[in-house]
Design a binder for this molecule. Structure first.
Ligand code: ADP
Ligand code: ADP
Ligand code: MG
Length: 453
């Protein structure tokens, strides 16, 4: 029943991680790589590897036809898309099926239902999941947007319907600024996602970002793996994530509400495989659906750490048709875990990506530390891809232990020759605000300003 060979349609740490899971299970692996990645660790991590074109993703990692041709030629039975790239691409998921390959993820219909974020709001609402007050679907023109914004009350958030990775989003605090935000989000949506559609949401002040991991098999059984909190963000993008959420841990009824809502939203679209339902949660504990990511998420390791569930392993088993044998009542939260995203970027210069050459690279080997990385010593970090070079996951019996382990490990991590946010992360973990988990999604940016960067 299990697959014998799987193609990994991704790069970096996630391709390495998937290759490791495949190796552990005795499943053959096929990697693809761009010309810029010929020496990348993910190429060596797999049994076989094939070049799919020049550095830009549009000419390599997004070359659907060539990737599928390689899968067929090498006798792979399934394709794991990782996150980003082709992971939420309905046409690719469909093309896999047409080519006789299993797409390791949800059905194309489920990806489609949640892919348009304006439409996803309606879907979630219909499933009885509270959504942020906002427009019913896309806004068509500036007058309509102004009317809706007025009725919601400022500040509002303009969002690209096709958005992801914090791109195509703008907070508007007064009417005069709405038109410009609409134009810029339409432009970003068009250039980054090929979709100029935008919609409006009420901007929830100082919220927390809390999300629920779900897993569903093909036999109608699904579970949630509790929540993660990802409120430490810059530019609407996560930098430090943790499980469980310290905010939710003291509010059992909130955990019940969030996890029920996530399962309802997923069930309502016949969801299969791993997925994440994201919420913003107000300081008053009110929670609102913002989107569903129909794929594996960057921060899934913190959930693996506190539940002991191998999420990628289950993705493979579920895609191969196996029943999910985990029962909800058997799942418990053990301890706490914190993930730090290590980026090739300069915290002193607005977190600008900073490509460069890595000299020595020595991940820490310490108790309670897991490092997922896609780079190594003597390696070039190029400007073509996401600047995240490693994830450091610290776990322990409680949050304070996980925090001090993460700080020690960041200290011990040797990354020579490259500017990274490593010491910045260590500093952030050492603040009183982090220790008290008294943060919200705009705290990190306020902290950066206050510390004079
Ligand atoms: P997650 O949602 O898993 O927490 P991110 O939002 O940082 O993580 O996105 C994960 C990766 O996918 C990043 O490399 C990001 O650049 C990329 N990404 C996210 N959404 C999209 C999208 N819609 N299109 C292309 N890339 C995306
Ligand atoms: P993406 O698809 O880029 O991940 P999301 O819709 O998930 O975009 O939002 C990204 C981040 O923006 C959230 O984690 C949160 O910090 C912030 N955000 C999103 N919607 C709202 C909202 N209505 N009010 C306040 N903050 C929001
Ligand atoms: Mg999101």
């Amino acid at each position: 029943m299990a697959f014998k060979k799987v193609l990994i349609a991704n790069r970096g740490e996630i391709a390495c991680r998937i290759a490791a899971v495949l190796r552990q299970r005795g499943i053959g692996s096929v990697a693809v790589y761009s010309e810029a990645d010929a020496n990348a660790p993910h190429v060596r991590a797999a049994d076989e590897a094939y070049c799919v074109g020049p550095a830009p993703v549009a000419q390599s990692y997004l070359n659907r036809d060539l990737i599928l041709e390689i899968a067929q030629r090498t006798g792979a039975e399934a394709v794991h898309p990782g996150y980003g790239l082709l992971s939420e691409n309905t046409a690719f998921a469909r093309a896999c099926t047409v080519a006789g390959l299993v797409f390791i993820g949800p059905t194309p219909e489920a990806i489609e239902a949640m892919g348009d974020k304006a439409q996803a709001r309606a879907t979630a609402k219909a499933a009885g999941c509270p959504v942020v007050p906002g427009s019913d679907g896309p806004v068509h023109d500036d007058e309509e947007a102004a009317r809706i914004a007025e009725s919601l009350g400022y500040p509002v958030l303009v969002k690209a319907a096709g958005g992801g990775g914090g791109i195509g989003m703008a907070v508007v605090d007064r009417p005069e600024r709405l038109a410009r935000a609409l134009t810029s989000c339409r432009d970003r949506g068009r250039s980054s996602f090929g979709n100029p559609t935008v919609y409006l949401e009420k901007y929830i002040e100082r919220p927390r970002h809390i999300e629920v991991q779900v897993l569903f098999d093909h036999h109608g059984h699904g579970v949630h793996l509790f929540e993660r909190e990802c409120s430490v963000q810059r530019r609407h993008q996560k930098v430090i994530e943790e499980a469980p959420s310290p905010f939710v841990s003291t509010r059992p009824e909130l955990r019940q509400g969030l996890t029920d809502a996530a399962l309802r939203a997923a069930s309502s679209i016949g969801y299969r495989n791993a997925g994440t339902v994201e919420f913003v949660v107000g300081q008053d504990g009110e929670y609102y659906f913002i989107e569903m990511n129909t794929r594996l998420q960057v921060e899934h390791p913190v959930t693996e750490a506190i539940t002991g569930v191998d999420i990628i392993g289950w993705q493979l088993d579920i895609a191969a048709g196996a029943p999910l044998t985990i029962r909800q009542e058997d799942l418990t939260i053990r301890g706490a875990a914190i993930e730090c995203r290590i980026y090739a970027e300069d915290p002193e210069k607005s977190f600008m990506p900073k490509p460069g050459h890595i000299g020595a690279f020595v991940p820490p080997v310490l108790e309670g530390i897991r490092v997922d990385t896609g780079v190594g010593p003597d390696f070039d970090v190029t400007p073509y891809y996401d600047p995240m070079i490693a994830k450091l996951i610290a776990s322990g019996p409680d949050r304070a232990t996980a925090t001090s382990r993460a700080r020690a490990a960041l200290d011990a991590f040797v990354i020579d020759g490259l500017t990274t946010n490593r010491t910045f992360l260590r500093e952030v973990l050492g603040t009183e605000t982090f220790a008290a988990a008294a943060y919200d999604t705009s705290w990190l940016e306020r902290y950066v300003k206050e510390t004079g960067r």
